[in-house]
Design a protein around this ligand. Sequence first.
Ligand code: GTQ
Length: 353
Amino acid sequence: MDGTAAPRPNDQQAQLEALYAEMRPQSLYPLWEVLSALVTPTPRSAAKPHHWPYAPARDYLLRAGDLISAEQAERRVLILENPGLPGTSAIVPSLYAGLQLILPGEVAPCHRHAQCALRFVMEGDGAFTAVDGERAVMRPFDLVLTPNWQWHDHGNASDSPMIWLDGLDIPTVRFYEASFAERLPEASHPETVPPGDSARRYGRNLRPLRGTAADRRPARQPLFHYPYAEWRESLLALAAAEAPDPHLGHALEFVNPADGGPVMPTIAAHVRHLPAGFETRPRRSTDGTVMVVVEGRGTARIEGAEHPLAERDLLVIPSWHALELRAGTPLTLFAYSDRAAQEKLGLWREERL
Ligand code: GTQ
């Protein structure tokens, strides 16, 4: 299926064109004209690799903060749209990314939806996301989940603006035409338990016995806060203990304790650490990936094109694009992708070059 169709005699071609013209009003089309574009030997992503330096995006977001409140906007977010996917609000065909701002005293009102979301804190300290009435107090580089159909509102009782990256499966849900959403009549969900309650019940290789009232979180998504202080300590301990993987560096995946799998059904997330001077070997995989620079400087080479990486920069690597990372200083990265969904569908592949 390499797309080079054998030449056809002119009269055959003319008769075929006439047939196509007759069929078209009946919504019928010849597969043989499009087969090689539909069933490609390797992935051909419409998405493009792209790098967003943090500072300009932050400036635009703060300017929006002067013009519209979080309450008015429902969610005051700048969408990171892939330049190869105009008009789709998608960063890769299956995923969405945006930068959300909550100013001191603001509330982003409570709602729930079929889409699942992660938040990765870029700056600020002490704002919260409440999930079904439990606050996760957010600190820089914390990961916070709002799983499918759980009530969530965001608030900021601190004295500084808070900005985080939103990663959602909006385009996946759109593809399946399975979007549902509703608003709570009140702006904020009543606080039902103190902050950290889920982590204490479900985050220590323990869980309340099933069938008891103490088992209050949804069985498939008990945990929703993965603090930087914890993942950083684990990642740096790993880096101190052994040599980095040649293609990935040191890498730790965030897991759902309910099944040991990715954090959400459609989205997987991980962090990486590369020692200063380390260069990864090229690697490509079918999951479209969004990366955030947590700490350090370096370079990402995607299919030969160089992108400089500085703290808090954002990067998208589309499916089957070879990535090589080079760390100028020690480099720590956060990434999320659609690998969780692809693995369930038996589609995910990688190639280490
Ligand atoms: O915070 O619930 O960036 O519903 C896009 C849609 C954030 C949210 C987004 C959303 C949210």
